[in-house]
Design a protein around this ligand. Structure first.
Ligand code: NAP
Ligand code: MG
Length: 452
């Protein structure tokens, strides 16, 4: 039985194309083929594996506009974001193409012989990708996994399969052997679950909701399967009164409304020192209302629609009965639009302060002093990212060390780079992606003693 899934353009609610969804038997066949391709890929001399990954990067580079266009139509991303995302796949491949020849172990002093360690690939790695950043999250998984000598099966989100399918074709065009990187488009409950239960998949790398992540972790326990989880967030943007308040307010919308707020790193809580609170809000309002919320087919759009009618309904549910302090604009008519909205909150028990909305909604609250700011920022089960604005270097350092989150930025909102580690504290995740150590997390460390 084959199912066709109709991919929708979220800006217009019109169909883009139909995609054939993989069945359980298709998933099994892809996993078995990846397992069969593993020994040859593992045995390839490191320099040859590196050269293939570099070639893959250059083929991606030659298709940046095509990949970006697919993401604009399939995910409602702005052109600027979509080009950056395709470029991020290329950069990630180039960066990890440097890994095969450098994935070395150690020689450890022992009596009576030598002791050496080796990093060895795991086998088949299953990567499960969400719909919010289909290209980067795929690349963050497959680039280091392939570099470390694993073969990969990758399941894109049902809503956004198009760029992943194209990347799979480009891998073959670049000369990667068949079944080294296989895209298996299908349902999470079918293909995703199979990655968890199939014994030939040795690691699952999941990005998505905390709810599904917990289920995957529990499922992996059955085979003591390796697992990396990148889950939700409710990150704080902490603005101290000594900061450049106008600049902090001008940048705040981009830190939460980028990708229409569908970003696990969204700074969806803003904490402002009480003495600067009114001034901050007076600068934030014009910055929010000036945001260009347009069909991303228009190159000047800064924010597009939500991914689906379901996501739109979920985000609207958070705004029901809540006093919106001010909001930006959004197109009328078809498409899954929600205007960027700012809500002021007094009570930290409020749902909008605690739950990940995953939409263009930000909650703002005052704080009294540094200790209060840190306590409020940490009063969450999440811990993915956050920002700190202050002109006091010591305070920037103290607060960055005190906030329980994996990725922080001081006087900036930027914290995701392919060459620095990325991941969450608490229920935001388990393990780290990216950075210099990612290939090790797709490897087993083997220790061998040779007696002389
Ligand atoms: P989700 O269900 O966690 O989906 C993420 C990925 O997991 C998709 O590829 C999905 O496939 C797959 N999946 C779903 N159920 C699975 C299962 N039982 N076993 C294995 N894989 C499974 O997320 P969602 O439903 O799309 O979004 C819900 C909420 O999750 C959002 O509102 C947001 O709060 C959060 N979210 C967070 C991130 C993040 O980056 N941290 C990303 C996306 C969503 P299908 O698409 O085929 O279901
Ligand atoms: Mg789901």
């Amino acid at each position: 039985m084959t199912d066709l899934f109709t991919v929708i353009n979220p800006a217009t609610a019109q169909p883009v194309t139909d995609v054939r969804e993989a069945t359980l038997a298709d998933a099994d066949a892809a996993i078995e083929a990846a397992h069969a391709a593993f020994p040859a890929w593992k045995a390839l001399p490191p320099g040859e594996r590196a050269a293939l990954l570099r070639r893959f990067a250059s083929v991606v580079d030659a298709h940046i506009d095509e990949l970006a266009e697919l993401e604009v139509r399939n995910a409602g991303h702005t052109w600027g974001n979509a080009r950056w995302e395709a470029g991020n796949v290329r950069d990630c491949l180039n960066y990890y193409a440097g890994a095969p020849e450098r994935l070395f172990g150690r020689q450890i002093p022992v009596a009576g012989g030598i002791d050496v360690t080796f990093y060895e690939p795991l086998g088949v790695v299953g990567i499960i990708v969400p719909w919010n950043f289909p290209m980067p999250i795929a690349g963050w998984g497959f680039a280091p996994a392939l570099a470390a000598g694993n073969t990969v099966v990758l399941k894109p989100a049902e809503l956004t399969p198009l760029t992943a399918i194209r990347l799979g074709e480009l891998a073959l065009e670049a000369g990667l052997p068949e079944h080294v990187l296989t895209i298996v488009a299908g349902k999470g409950s079918v293909v995703g679950e199979r990655f968890v239960t199939h014994p030939l998949v040795r690691k699952v790398c999941f990005t998505g909701s905390t709810e599904v992540g917990k289920r995957i972790m529990a499922g992996c326990a059955d085979q003591v399967k390796r697992v990396t989880l990148e889950l939700g967030g409710k990150s704080a943007n902490i603005v101290f009164a000594d900061a450049d308040i106008a600049a902090a307010a001008a940048s705040a919308p981009y830190a939460v409304f980028d990708n229409a707020g569908q970003d696990c790193c969204a700074r969806s809580r803003i904490l402002v020192e009480r003495s600067a609170y009114d001034e901050f809000l007076s600068h934030l309002e014009p910055a929010v209302t000036a945001l260009r919320v347009l069909d991303p087919g228009d190159e000047s759009s800064e924010m597009g629609p939500l991914i689906s009618a379901q996501q739109q309904a979920s985000v609207r549910g958070y705004l029901d009965g809540v006093d919106v302090a001010f909001a930006g604009s959004a197109p009328d008519g078809p498409g899954f639009w929600v205007p960027p909205s700012v809500v002021t909150v007094d009570d930290p028990a409020e749902r909008i302060w605690r739950e990940e909305v995953f939409g263009p909604v930000v909650a703002v609250m005052p704080f009294d002093d540094e200790a209060d700011a840190v306590a409020k920022a940490n009063d969450t089960e999440y811990g993915l990212s956050g920002s700190i604005f202050t002109n006091d270097l010591g305070r920037g350092l103290r607060v960055a060390r005190a906030v329980e989150a994996g990725n922080l930025s001081v006087n900036s909102h930027s914290s995701v780079r392919y060459w620095t580690p990325f991941g969450g504290y608490k229920q935001s995740g388990l393990g780290r992606e990216l950075g210099p150590d990612a290939p090790q997390s797709f490897s087993e460390l083997k220790n061998v003693y040779f007696a002389h």
